[in-house]
Ligand binder design. Structure first.
Ligand SMILES: Cc1cc2nc3c(=O)[nH]c(=O)nc-3n(C[C@H](O)[C@H](O)[C@H](O)COP(=O)(O)O)c2cc1C
Length: 322
């Protein structure tokens, strides 16, 4: 079902305005990247602000544009400077975007920019950078449109920071249409969400199990020690119940006995008269070792996903089960 929104009709009188909020929201439905545009002001003061009005214009000659609000404190500087630079931000540069949109702070503090023509500041480590000679300025209502001819540019393959509906986001490439092929071992379609989630679970879990086995631990021992590691004494039925909750599978009481036999757990009387188990000093050292193994498995499981993709995956998985 599509959501119907109120239609705004152009007022008959030229120059009469739409509802500002509605127009802003409609503009905001256009997803953009985020840039920082810099120039040098009078006395070579470094100037820069966050802007998403950037657009490519022409390949030959190479040109770009962006627009600046007339309310900007830096209008005069951009109008009179011969050059500006546009920096396209990557997904991990949200804080930099926030900084260059904030008033009353030194936006360049600690940045050590390189210098371009006319001494304009060039920020480092952005996804792409276009150094431009100011070619034209146009009146654009409450904005001024600056068109620049590119004199130098650089580009690196990264994930872009995205702005949409007044919020930052990340890009999720659409998967190419896939055939509804069946998994070779079952009648599940390999494109089903259920298939993908369970397949990802089993394959990533396998990587952790292999790492544990390399270090002479079993998955059951790991489960028991990490469950007890959080508590000051647990009885066996509780350990089994928690393991079922966490892993979808219980552990046998024999594993607990085995860990007692290895000196990693010891028995204590619990408040309700049952026998509980607690970590020995050797057990606590084992828990630390298992935490280190889990951390290094985390890196294996992430594979070649970059940090922004890992963040997105965690977010989506959390939503799936919320
Ligand atoms: C994502 C984002 C995009 C923005 N795009 C623009 C823009 O294209 N043009 C503009 O004038 N201001 C834009 N702004 C607002 C300015 O960055 C902000 O008003 C800044 O404080 C202006 O600084 P100045 O007055 O020092 O020039 C944007 C802000 C954000 C957070």
């Amino acid at each position: 079902m599509t959501t119907q929104t109120a239609v705004q009709t152009a007022p008959a009188k030229a120059g009469a305005s739409f509802d500002g909020r509605a127009l802003r929201d409609a503009f905001g439905s256009f997803a953009t990247g985020v840039t920082i545009v810099t120039t040098a002001g009078p006395d070579n003061v470094d100037i820069g602000l966050t802007a998403n009005s950037f657009s490519s214009v022409s390949l030959d000659p190479p040109m770009v544009l962006w627009s600046l609000a007339r309310t900007s404190l830096n209008m005069d500087a951009f109008r009179s400077s011969g050059h500006f630079a546009v920096h396209i931000l990557s997904a991990d540069q949200e804080a930099l975007s926030g900084r260059f949109a904030s008033k009353g702070i030194d936006r360049f503090e600690g940045l050590a920019p390189e210098r371009g023509p006319d001494g304009i500041p060039l920020l480092q480590d952005c996804m792409a950078r276009f150094t431009c000679k100011l070619a034209y300025q146009y009146e654009g209502g409450d904005h001024v449109i600056f068109v620049g001819e590119i004199v130098e540019f650089s580009h690196s393959a990264r994930k872009p920071l995205v702005f949409h509906g007044g919020r930052y986001g990340m890009l999720l490439p659409k998967q190419a249409a896939r055939s509804d092929a069946l998994d070779e071992f079952s009648n599940l379609s390999s494109d089903d969400l259920l298939y993908q989630v369970s397949n990802a679970y089993f394959q990533t879990r396998q990587k952790v199990i292999e790492k544990l086995e390399d270090n002479r631990w079993t998955a059951e021992e790991y489960a028991v020690l990490s469950i007890i590691g959080r508590e000051d004494g647990l009885c066996v039925p509780e350990i089994v119940a928690r393991s079922e909750k966490v892993r979808g599978q219980g552990v046998s009481a024999a594993i607990v006995q085995k860990l007692i036999g290895r000196g990693l757990l010891h028995e204590v009387d619990s408040d309700d008269g049952q026998v509980a188990v607690r970590l020995t000093p050797a057990g606590r050292a084992a828990v630390l070792e298992l935490i280190a193994i889990r951390k290094s498995s985390e890196a294996d499981v992430q594979g070649d996903l970059d940090p922004s993709e890992v963040q997105l995956l965690k977010h989506l998985l959390a939503r799936l089960v919320s």
